[in-house]
Write a new protein. Structure first.
Length: 124
């Protein structure tokens, strides 16, 4: 178990929010995985964290659950707003790309991609 003083040193407040010291990984990144119900060892592996870093983050989340949850909801709302903004900004570009014919010479790779998509669709 991480002691409170080590826990405080392991989590820092940065311009990105609550961050695991020495990384660019935020508590909110970990919250994404926890919300999706991934096990701790999977989270540690996916984010390339040490056991100590992950334990410090999980302990921090547990000790400050209401504040972390509130901040996490704010982060999710901001991310959704940004996504909508950029989708609106790029809607004409997306529409133009969708109507652009494929480049000559890419027929074989496009056919292979379509077969792979169809195969994945049949497995679901």
């Amino acid at each position: 178990m991480t002691s409170p003083s080590n826990q405080q040193k392991a989590i820092a407040i940065t311009e990105r929010g609550l961050t695991i010291t020495g990384t660019r990984i935020t508590i909110y990144d970990i919250m994404d995985y926890l919300t999706a119900q991934y096990p701790p060892q999977f989270i540690r592996s996916m984010l390339s964290l040490t056991d100590e870093q992950l334990q410090a983050a999980l302990s921090y989340i547990e000790a400050h659950r209401p504040e972390v949850e509130a901040e996490y909801q704010t982060v999710l709302q901001e991310a959704e707003a940004l996504q909508k903004y950029w989708e609106a900004q790029n809607s004409t570009l997306f529409a133009r790309i969708a109507t652009t014919p494929p480049k000559p010479g890419t027929e074989a790779i496009r056919a292979k991609l379509q077969r792979a998509k169809a195969q994945l669709g049949s497995q679901v």
